[in-house]
Design a protein around this ligand. Structure first.
Ligand code: UD1
Ligand code: MG
Length: 458
């Protein structure tokens, strides 16, 4: 009995010249994650048992990314960039390995088509039960740059690259999205027949359509949603794809029960999670790693990354929460407050112009306006631990490492360099002295001096 397995081969060796970038194209980010990561995730979710990524020579950054994002994936190097069919051949050892246990479905995906979903990959794999080869189509608003699908009735007979297409063929609105399905048993044989009789003198994967037809194989197709398979070759297309990603993320957040007062002004990352009855005011940016529990209000112009916010908290307006931060239940983070690697417990308040970095703030503690933790000594970072029910007066500097015990008070304007015991008052500033009548005398003296100057100069 033979088993069917699924191998996803992701092509990521292109130079991406049209991006005009020092960063490899597939590492450009959509929703805060490299495009290649989106494709790896979709293939994994679709149940691909093996993953293979084809990278270019010297693409250390890409191979390092694959190792961290999908350590189970095989990485193949395409020594020379001779085209997309040549790139798939670079992964031939993964194809042969997959065939060892029976028939292997091979799904080829392009690393520059990041919004493809697991459902679509699943549909293509399913289609391989009845067709030998599947080349889907889609109808982009602007087909320029894409290979055109040439059909005869329901049969796909060829894919013509824009550069090789006749003016008539260029009018075809159905294009190939850069995703295809093959049976592993026939793929390698077909790939070896690909020539480079085209405008770019490259081995095109799209030529497999004609080869499959010639070999008497059945070539199936299905239509995909244009937004899902938009490809990225330029910065303009990157922005277009980012726009689609954001629109979907906003819709999903609202469908899950969050209120976005002005959805178009809220920016999400691939892993942002908002709970129910979360209210997000305009102009909020969620960087990677943000989870927000139910009933949280995030007020306008707030920037959050790497942070967990527990239920009932209020954040912003104009707050900045940086990685490693947790905000406890019902805590308040106010305007112009920055927190980094800070654990702020339930009902604590840090409401105005404060910096809390590498610190913990206990439950129901209040950090006054303008207070900061001085966590950096020019060489190392140090922690500040503030207990529960503490009151830190305005404009205090807590010089880390330092511990403020539960229930303590720190006087406004203090520079705290030593631990403060629980329930103590710490005052660390010059003592105030009032000099009776001094100001009046000073004014009179200044008046005399000025009169003398005026008489001299007249
Ligand atoms: C390709 C298709 C086109 C399709 C479009 C969909 C071919 C010949 N053309 O065009 O029909 O409509 O995608 O977006 O396939 N790559 C390699 N090695 C190479 C060349 C490319 O790994 O030698 C990789 C790239 O990293 C990229 C993908 O293959 O992920 C496609 O290459 P790209 O140059 O972007 O092709 P398009 O011009 O977009
Ligand atoms: Mg492309």
């Amino acid at each position: 009995m033979t088993e069917r397995s699924c191998l996803a081969i992701i092509l990521a060796a292109g130079e991406g010249t049209r991006m005009k970038s020092a960063v490899p194209k597939v590492l450009h980010k959509v929703g805060g994650m490299p495009m290649l990561g989106h494709v790896l995730e979709a293939a994994t979710k679709a149940g691909a048992r093996r993953l293979a990524v084809v990278i270019g020579p010297g693409a250390e950054a890409v191979s390092a990314y694959v190792k961290s994002a999908a350590p189970q994936a095989a990485v193949h190097v395409q020594a020379e960039r001779l085209g997309t069919a040549h790139a798939v051949l670079a992964a031939s050892s993964s194809i042969t390995d997959s065939l060892k246990t029976g028939e292997a479905d091979v799904i080829v995906l392009y690393g520059d088509t990041p919004l493809v979903t697991a459902e679509t990959i699943g549909k293509i794999a399913k289609g391989l039960a009845t067709s030998d080869v599947i080349f889907p189509g889609f109808r982009p608003a602007d087909p320029s740059g894409y290979g055109r699908l040439i059909v005869d009735g329901r049969r796909v007979i060829a894919i013509r690259e824009e550069r090789d297409a006749s003016p008539e063929e260029r009018k075809i609105g159905t294009c190939w999205p850069g995703i295809a399905g093959f049976r592993g048993s026939s793929l390698l044989g077909m790939l070896k027949k690909v020539g480079k009789e085209n405008a770019r003198r490259e081995y095109y994967l799209t030529q497999l359509v004609e080869i499959a037809n010639r070999d008497g194989l059945s070539v199936g197709t299905l239509e995909l949603d244009a937004d899902e398979v938009a490809g990225v070759n330029s910065r303009q297309q990157l922005a277009h794809v980012e726009g689609i990603f954001q629109r979907r993320a906003r819709e999903a957040a609202m469908a899950e029960g969050a209120t976005l007062v002005a959805p178009k002004t809220v920016w999400f990352s691939y892993d942002t999670r908002l709970g129910r009855d979360v209210v997000v005011e305009p102009n909020v940016f969620f960087g990677p790693g943000v989870t927000v529990d139910n009933d949280v209000t995030i007020r306008a112009n707030t920037y959050i990354e790497g942070t967990h916010i527990a239920s009932g908290a209020i954040v912003g307006p104009f707050a900045r929460l940086r990685p490693g931060t947790t905000i406890g239940k019902g805590a308040h983070i106010g305007n112009f407050v920055e927190a980094k690697n800070a654990q702020i417990e339930a009902r604590a308040k840090v409401n105005h112009l404060a910096y809390v970095g590498d610190a913990s703030v206990g439950a129901a503690t209040n950090v006054g306006a303008g207070s900061i933790t001085a966590n950096y000594d020019g060489f190392d970072k140090h922690r500040t631990e503030i207990g529960a029910n503490v009151s830190i007066g305005s404009n205090a500097v807590l010089v880390a490492p330092v511990i403020i015990g539960d229930g303590a008070n720190v006087a406004a304007g203090s520079v705290i360099t030593a631990n403060v015991p629980a329930d103590a008052l710490a005052v660390a500033r010059g003592r105030q002295e009032n000099k009776a009548g001094w100001a009046k005398k000073y004014r009179e003296h200044k008046g005399l001096v000025r009169n003398r100057k005026e008489t001299k100069s007249s």
